[in-house]
Ligand binder design. Structure first.
Ligand code: MOS
Length: 724
């Protein structure tokens, strides 16, 4: 009953292009959208579970030492308080999956400021909060720990160094060179919905209502943290109010709710307070990046170098993958790259909105703009000249790549030809500039399963634990349209672990991976129906509960005659990366106005052209790109986590002080998606689009600031003090 498919050779579902239904590729609304905008979708912390009590978490007031709850007994006697729990299972915050557990350095031992080390449970939420605030938390035998990456000891990240040809020689011989160092600050995912969990036990079985991105993995992480078998727990996560990486892994409130619910014998709700989201989930590492470019007289790259330093906790395995796109974006025979890790006692480093490329491509594209300026060449032309024929390091072909077209058509759409010279255009007190940057992101396929059932009535039910974190996954349901149209809300049963495990939402792989599993199940059903009808499957069209074949149209309910057909689609990634280089590409163009006196930058307009294989739903794909470019504006101008240099605590731990762009900061953005098919990605020929709109976007803005003012900001974000 399982249709398993291993993706290790080119595969096409050309059928999708010729389907009468034409639903794949149609601009469909989100089925759950009305529930979300009317406030009727139930988010994790909104469930009313009978007998539920409340837990509030308590943080470590430093980054080292044994945690002592000095007045624990007195707090335990406060009104409504049921218990005060200090349990080392709380310290195991995987944040980025089980592979990335922050190490526990000893019993009750704090590792970073803000780490959630205890939970106070009370009948009422206010009672729990009051008691948690009354708890006197002390650290014993703490040491002075490194918190500043600039002064901490560094170590090379193993396996990340590349030295091909002779970059130093190329730098000496080149007609034009750039050797610059940029810095980017730490970022916070900052989802609107704080992390929240309600745990309820039924004997030894745990149900967790939470807000998570990858339920199969989350279940294993929670099982690991609690020390119980994964079969004993399920996670319900039908609505997620944004994750942006911070909900890829189980966070401490889930572990706390589960432990507390067991302890008090009642369901327990634990929601992180906004500052706790900033202090104790995870962060994007700050980066220091040196880029070297060596070009000949015609602007062809003879070599390039990219060396980055990022930080994480001692023993932590995740490191911001800054170099990811530098390996394949541009040609140049002589290449040198390296990564260094500074071990600091700050909260976990993890995936935040396009980990790697969001800051790696951004910095590289700033350096490319500097090179274009030195040569006196149009920045678009510089990129065009350096598009490698094949992967410049491995020699593999690109599976699909409409990069040149994205540059050209984006420039055309934006009106790039009108670009002023540096400091050339002024409107009153505003200096006007244009800037551009390339976009690039790796493409990934993940294992995913979905069960599709053709019901006796001729409808379809899709069962999978796939999550929708606001990206529009649930609107990709008409992939079922490859087999038939299902107008019901089959995805409403998504997001619950006991369903077939999907890829989850992360790394831009969600729609294409989970969509492929649905497609495989649908095709298996089509084949079975064709057999039953004794027709060629290619001549069988299924739509709106009807089957059309041999010039006749009959209701599926009649053909099924009381039966149902269920198939499990299962896609498994193969070794396609051995054969080809797979990535997505695009280009950004921005116009800014910089105030001549204050240095305030306003983005006036911004355009992105992207190519990411087949676009499954142009409406939600476009929205993802708009969101990505909006985050690009944040990276360029406002976003920065500030750490106290004494103890590494997050100083701006709320949305008032951590500046994400708001409506007033975002002008009309335009997006153009180029038609593309990628036979190596999956049978749908779709690549990931979710994060592509972030990967370099900020550079288009800072390059425009340079064009407007002649000021090159190499220290993100480009706040006004740095511009004037
Ligand atoms: Mo994403 S930052 O992989 O959720």
């Amino acid at each position: 009953m399982t249709e398993q498919f291993k993706m290790d050779a080119p595969a096409t579902a050309r059928r999708l292009d010729n389907m009468a239904q034409g639903l794949v590729g149609a601009p469909l609304d989100r089925p759950e959208g009305p529930l979300k905008v009317t406030g009727t979708a139930t988010y994790a912390n909104e469930w009313q579970v009978e007998g539920m009590v409340h837990g509030v978490m308590v943080r470590a007031p430093g980054n080292s030492g044994r945690v002592v709850l000095a007045n624990r007994d007195a707090v335990a006697k406060m009104p409504g308080v049921l218990c005060v729990i200090q349990d080392d299972r709380l310290l195991r915050n995987p944040a980025q999956g089980t592979a990335n557990k922050a190490p526990i350095q000893g019993p009750h031992h704090a590792t970073y400021f803000g780490q959630l080390i205890a939970v106070v449970v009370a009948e009422g939420f206010e009672q729990a909060r009051h008691a948690a605030q009354s708890l006197k938390v002390q650290l014993e035998n703490g040491e002075v720990m490194p918190v500043d990456p600039d002064t901490a000891a560094v170590e090379p990240q193993k396996g990340k160094a590349l030295d091909q040809g002779d970059l130093d020689g190329a730098m000496k011989e080149a007609a034009f060179t750039v050797d610059v160092t940029y810095t980017t600050p730490s970022h916070s995912s900052s989802p609107m919905e704080p992390h929240a969990s309600i745990a309820s036990w039924d004997g030894d079985d745990l149900t967790l209502r939470g807000s998570y991105q990858m339920l199969k993995y989350n279940r294993n992480e929670l099982s690991d943290a609690l020390g119980i078998h994964p079969d004993r727990l399920r996670i319900l996560s039908p609505y997620v109010g944004g994750g942006f990486g911070s909900k890829l892994g189980i966070t401490p409130e889930a572990v706390a709710a589960a432990i507390a619910a067991k302890e008090v014998g009642r369901p327990v709700s634990v929601a992180l307070q906004r500052p706790q989201v900033y202090e104790a989930t995870m962060r994007r590492s700050e980066t220091t990046q040196r880029v070297r470019l060596a070009a000949d007289a015609e602007g062809r790259l003879m070599g390039l170098g990219h060396d980055a330093r990022v930080s994480n906790l001692p023993g932590e395995t995740f490191a911001e993958p800054v170099l990811q796109a530098s390996h394949f974006l541009y040609s140049g025979a002589n290449r040198k790259m390296s990564m260094e890790l500074a071990r600091v006692h700050r909260l976990c480093a993890g995936s935040v909105r396009a980990p790697g490329e969001a800051v790696g491509v951004t910095v590289f594209e700033g350096a490319m703009d500097e090179l274009a300026d030195k040569i006196g060449m149009d920045p678009v032309e510089l990129r065009r000249r350096n598009i490698p024929e094949k992967d410049p390091e491995s020699g593999k072909e690109f599976s699909s790549r409409r990069f040149r077209e994205a540059l050209d058509s984006g420039a055309e759409t934006f009106g790039w030809a009108e670009r002023p010279g540096v400091k050339e255009r002024r409107e009153g007190e505003w200096l006007i500039g244009y800037g551009m940057a390339s976009a690039a992101r790796i493409n990934v396929l993940m294992e995913s399963k979905a069960r599709v059932t053709l019901t006796p009535e001729g409808g379809a039910r899709v069962e999978t634990d796939m999550t929708d974190i606001g990206t529009g996954t649930y609107s990709i349901r008409p992939i079922a349209g490859t087999c038939w149209v299902c107008r019901a809300m089959p995805w409403m049963c998504a997001g619950r672990y006991h369903l077939p495990p999907a890829s989850g939402s992360g790394g831009s792989w969600g729609a294409s991976s989970s969509g492929t599993s649905v497609y495989l199940a649908c095709e298996a059903i089509r084949r079975q129906l064709a057999e039953r009808l004794e027709v060629d499957e290619n001549d069988l069209t299924l739509k709106d509960g009807m089957a059309t074949f041999d010039n006749q149209t009959r209701p599926l309910s009649e053909i099924l005659n009381g039966d149902e057909i269920a198939k499990l689609g299962h896609v498994v990634p193969g070794d396609t990366s051995e054969a080809v280089r797979q990535a997505t590409f695009g280009a950004y163009f921005a116009e800014v106005a910089v105030h001549a006196a204050s240095g305030e930058t306003r983005v006036r307009r911004m355009h992105g052209t992207f190519a990411a294989g087949r676009i499954l739903n142009p409406k939600t794909a476009r929205s993802q790109c708009l969101g990505g470019m909006t985050f690009g504006i944040g990276i360029a101008l406002t976003e920065e986590l500030s750490f106290d240099p004494r103890d590494g605590h997050v100083a701006n731990h709320n949305l008032a002080e951590y500046h994400i762009p708001v409506n007033a900061d975002v002008p009309q953005l335009t997006v153009n998606l180029l038609e593309e098919r990628d036979d190596w990605a999956n049978p749908l020929q779709a690549k990931g689009i979710g994060e592509l709109g972030i990967c370099g976007a900020a550079a288009a803005i800072t390059n425009a600031i340079y064009n407007a003012t002649g000021v090159r900001v190499r220290d993100y974000p480009a706040t006004l003090d740095k511009v004037i």
